[in-house]
Design a protein around this ligand. Sequence first.
Ligand code: NOJ
Length: 558
Amino acid sequence: MRRLIILSLSLVYLVLTLGCSSDEEPYVPPLPTDPPEPPEEELQQPGTTYWWNDQVFYEVFVRSFMDDTGDGHGDLAGLIDKLDYLNDGDPDTDTDLGVTALWLMPVVESPSDHGYDATDYRTIQPQYGTNAQFQQLMSEAHARGIQVIVDYVMNHLSNEHEWFTAAAANDPDYEDWFLWRSSNPGWEQPWGGGNVWHRLSSGRYYYGVFWSGMPDLNYTNPAVEAEMLDIADFWLNTMGVDGFRLDAVKYLIEDGSILQDTPETLEFWGRFREHLNTTAPNALTVGEAWDDTDVVIPYVEAGLHTCFEFNLAQAIITAVNSGSSSSLVSKVDQIIKGYPYHQYATFLTNHDQRRVLSQVGNTSRNKLAAAIMLTLPGVPFLFYGEEVGMESGWDHHDVRRPMQWTSGANAGFTTGSPWNEVGSNYQTNNVETMQADEGSLWNTYRRLVQARVASDALRRGTYHKLGSNSSRLFAFLRHDQGAAVVPIHNVGSPSVEVVLSATASQLEPGEYTAHDLLTGAELTGLTVEDDGAFFDWRPVSSLAGLASVLVALEPVDP
Ligand code: NOJ
């Protein structure tokens, strides 16, 4: 209180003394001659993109996709049968989803249903088929313009793998392929809690960051590194894949009790990349570094081509659930500034997460989330069944249920008894029913995927956030060598007026016509000033709640 009184008295004194300089001219602030300059906007400069930037990927769990043999498990023959559903290779048809690349969750021999614990890295899981069938899948996919990458789980394998059983039996050839201790050092999983040292009946402990069924390989042993690089070459050169989704890249090499993100791990990925540069220079690597953006970026800098952007996925879901775009806008800003140009993989959810429809609660929000993801830069990945609104909780079995093809028995997945029960909404949410409904989630995904695949601006273009009249609007300009698309997303429920501006842009000055990229409808055109700026642009008078419009711009006098 005393301090407040002293402060007030000093202020009064200051005002009186300033006001009492009677013989000096009173201070008159100068009148502004020009309107204040808007702050200069930083424009993303165009950068190099690669074949993967032109794709829309689709993550397939073979066991749950399509069963051809009738044993209740999905298989490679079933996937081959369904390639035309994914992309029939003809851009003029609209019966296919239009995705241009696949990520197959592990397809190698393994005792588990998920396959993240190999018992043989060079043999196809017998329930899925044979190596020859896999090669057939590759040629059938390539014939339709579909690229294929496979999950490669390098950090760990099954405790039933013969390398591990040999090492556990003290075979000197394999002893040093794993990490051993005579007593438990007591370290815990970096993401919280679980034990990482597992006891054998002989009393020795081996290291496995995920669980006892998945011993970690010892990458400080050069023989391990050499063998795992050789397996990579086998998949790229003999099986013919176009790249890898690399599992658990954070955990490869431990440094004492530091179990993740060690400098040795980052250096390993640099060597892995150098190796691929010589044996398969066009191969893609997509790393799973499940962490915050600032932890993920060093993996791309170290040598992985791209990594999944988990934070962005969450920011999109949060935006559509909260009705505010502000944290999404700042996340995209961080990503644009932090990664090499467009070298990150975007997605909404994957096989480890509750399905997107269940996280956002309704189809309109799901459509909006998909529209945001498929119009942002990066390499987009869909998860099988996302396009028909499969639902789930967080349990892995629930997330990985059979694909919902029809409203018939077992959702059309198998004529046998499905290995995992079909989801409860399959009678309404299935491919056959939703393909027949123009307004369905499936048709929305199809239109968005096809629009992206057909648009240089959406796949490769720079990103520039536009000013708007509402924090519910997320509007940005995608620009590539004159081609320009402005996706506008209303993340709120009420409809909003749309007024957009930019104090700079890479658009050439002049007049532009505008149309809706998805429907072809004509919209209000745009005048771009000399410096690329534009103000008070109202391409549509209002945008409905949870809706998107993709505005394509064409110069009037190119
Ligand atoms: C991450 C995978 O996505 C997950 O499904 C798997 O269980 C762990 N890595 C261990 O491989």
